[in-house]
Design a protein around this ligand. Structure first.
Ligand code: G3P
Length: 223
């Protein structure tokens, strides 16, 4: 499982990069616009924080295939290796994906809501597809079942395309995606925190501390 952070806030990205096994950052126009800052500088800053070896997925804001390709080329130059251009699935997006594949620029096809959308994105040459779990759950669309079916399809056809599940509001959704064999999830800093939080863990750690201090005070193995 790869863990990505979905967002554009530098403090949150620094925090996730420091404390969690972070494989990269995903953004989209909504997340970047929330930051109310220079979007180009912001993605450069994100790259600086995570370094050149982690993935960065940046979404195009173009609509026509040729313009998407130009934007992808520009962003690839800016971001270097481990860059993925996110393209929402649509006819122009699929056309751009085919062109970008021939140019070796990796595509993450996003705003995926059904397994047939994911399959056709993979066949067009996308490296990742991003199904939106919570948005599906909100319309009784069983987001994690959709993720499981996409994983199954890719295995069945032995496709070179991975599943990057997005749009999470609970640890339960993350867990079900993991059980489905999803390749990666992208979540907010709050979901990262929620994944490791448990009241039993807190109580257990308190017990260890109390027992140690009762016997040894402030001493540690270091002295
Ligand atoms: O990466 C897609 C994600 O940002 C959508 O999440 O919470 O707006 O459904 P959400």
């Amino acid at each position: 499982m790869k863990y990505m952070m979905d967002g554009g806030n530098l403090e949150e990205i620094k925090y996730c990069n420091e404390f969690f096994p972070l494989d990269g950052v995903t953004t989209n126009p909504t997340l970047l616009s929330k930051e109310k800052t220079d979007f180009l500088q912001r993605i450069r800053d994100i790259r600086d924080i995570i370094g050149p070896d982690k993935m960065i997925h940046v979404q195009t804001v173009q609509k026509k295939a040729e313009d998407i390709v130009e934007e992808a080329k520009f962003l690839k130059k800016e971001m270097g290796a481990n860059f993925f251009i996110k393209i929402p699935i649509c006819e122009e997006g699929l056309k751009a994906t085919k062109i970008l594949k021939s140019m070796n620029i990796d595509v993450t096809m996003t705003a995926i809501f059904t397994p047939p959308q994911a399959l056709i994105a993979a066949m067009a040459g996308a490296k990742w597809v991003a199904p939106y779990v919570n948005r599906l759950d909100n319309i009784v669309g069983e987001g994690t079942r959709v993720v499981a079916e996409i994983v199954e399809q890719f295995k069945m056809y032995n496709l070179d395309c991975k599943v990057l599940a997005a749009s999470f509001k609970s640890v339960e959704q993350v867990h079900k995606c993991a059980l489905a064999g999803c390749d990666a999830i992208t979540v907010s800093a709050d979901i990262f925190k929620a994944i490791i939080s448990h009241s039993m863990t807190d109580a257990t750690i308190q017990g260890f501390d109390a027992d140690w201090h009762g016997q040894y005070g402030d001493r540690t193995f270091l002295g």
